[in-house]
Design a protein around this ligand. Structure first.
Ligand SMILES: [Zn+2]
Length: 445
């Protein structure tokens, strides 16, 4: 759009749709790979970039460095009614590392090809960071305050559990989030095409809990030629085998039940509470993730013991990735401990709560209405994420957390497969759709 205020002075009006693609590209080009320790480039440069983008429209922000180069940014935008509770919009700035040789395009190039922005973070989650920035910039340029205070948080370290990002801010600077009762971040709001040219939009209202466990078995060290009834390797291997092959029963949480009922309706399959997995056959690649939200899961991932074939080591250790359903944490650990038996000790590498918010209320209605205003074929549905997000940290401050980064996607795109995958890319059209929906959502929030 081009307008003229007086002869000779050309004013370019920038729309959020124009900007979101540039912002997404520029964010991707700032390498914020997070290997899980402090050996990566950190998020400081990206946080400063976000601060500049906000400063251009008059938003002051604060950058917090939890560790050299590990930085998060927080800003508060005044709303029309300051007596209302505030809304937190959050996105993480870090990405998982990428091996360039595995990719078709430069993972940090932010190129546009085949109608998509390509690069690490295009899906997880510089897309949403860019959408938040584009919408906020547009609204402030137009002088449109949100209905209530909105706190923006662009965070470090989500990909390693948020210890140096969301969790650090919640522990060290909780006052930044004063008045925030609801939070919106990843992983939700994206579409899944269903029959009849309609699209389910999966709004994240629940997350499984995380139990990354350390297992240790102890025995007597000695010569490999002797009798060893208390061999640590044998004890550990047996316990790991029991955990890895255990089949947990289906336990339907309210979120998963609601998702399955709505998905069955969308696919024209009858919902059968005795065989709730039936409709998963219909939903394609996403079934791997949704299937994991019907039950607890346990996946052994690391084994360590010994250093020579004829030396029996004194200890053997393993790590197991466990994920438990909201509301069933005690049940999960009772099963784990029963499977481990008395000879294997259990500790944590990482332990975080499961979340479940009700799929009702004004904020949910705002998400649904915003989607429907931009896609008449939208079928918003609640779902449970099998992984975890920074929402877990914000929930510790009492916030209800949702994943809503709206994207209308083409039917053939395996979106969920691109999280941490190769050739991560987001459709340009999807970003345009997303900023329009987010803008409408903020109006209604
Ligand atoms: Zn993410």
């Amino acid at each position: 759009m081009v307008g003229y205020v007086n002869p000779g002075v050309k004013v370019i009006t920038v729309t959020a749709e124009d900007e979101v693609v540039r912002l997404c590209q520029e964010l991707i080009r700032i390498d914020t790979s997070n290997p899980g320790d402090h050996s990566g480039p950190g998020e400081r440069v990206a946080a400063e970039y976000v601060a500049e983008q906000l400063a251009e429209v008059g938003v002051e922000s604060q950058i917090f460095e939890s560790h050299p180069k590990r930085a998060s940014l927080v800003a508060r935008i005044e709303g029309e009614d300051r007596s209302r509770d505030a809304l937190l919009l959050h996105g993480h700035l870090d990405v998982v590392p990428a091996r360039a040789e595995d990719w078709t395009r430069d993972p940090f190039g932010g190129e546009i090809a085949d109608g998509c922005v390509w690069g690490r973070g295009a899906v997880d989650m510089k897309n949403m960071d860019a959408m938040i920035l584009a919408v906020v910039r547009k609204r402030l340029r137009e002088g449109r305050k949100p209905p209530r205070d909105v706190v923006l948080a662009f965070l470090a370290d989500e990909e390693a559990g948020g210890k140096w990002g969301a969790r650090w801010l919640v522990d060290e600077k909780p006052e930044l989030f004063e008045g925030c009762t609801e939070a919106v971040g990843e992983v939700g709001g994206f579409s899944l095409t269903v029959p009849g040219d309609r699209r389910m939009y999966l709004i994240e209202t629940a997350e499984k809990g995380i139990a990354w466990m350390n297992l240790t078995a102890r025995g007597t060290a000695g010569h490999g030629s002797m009798v060893h009834p208390d061999n640590a390797v044998t004890a550990l291997a047996a316990a790991v085998g029991r955990l890895g092959s255990h089949e947990f029963p289906v336990q339907l949480t309210k979120t998963v039940r609601s998702f399955l009922e709505r998905a069955c309706l969308a696919y024209g399959v009858e919902f059968d509470p005795d065989d709730p997995e039936k409709c998963l056959d219909e939903i394609g690649p996403l079934a791997r993730m949704i299937g994991a939200t019907l039950r607890h899961t346990l996946n052994p991932s690391v084994l360590e013991a010994g250093y020579k074939a004829n030396v029996i080591p004194q200890t053997a250790t393993a790590q197991v990735d466990g994920r438990f359903l909201p509301g069933y944490e005690d049940d999960f650990f009772a099963t784990v401990d029963g499977l481990l038996g008395p000879d294997v000790e259990r500790g944590f590498v990482h332990h975080d709560q499961a979340l479940e918010a009700d799929y009702e209320g004004a904020l949910v209605e705002a998400m649904e209405a915003a989607l429907l205003s931009e896609d008449a074929g939208a079928l918003p549905v609640p779902y449970c994420l099998s992984g975890g997000t920074d929402g877990k940290s914000f929930a510790r401050l009492g916030m209800r957390c949702y994943g809503f980064a709206p994207l209308r996607l083409p039917p053939e795109l395996d979106f969920s497969g691109m999280f941490h995958g190769v050739d991560e890319r987001v459709p340009v059209d999807g970003l345009h759709f997303g900023v329009r929906v987010l803008d409408q959502f903020l109006d209604r929030s």
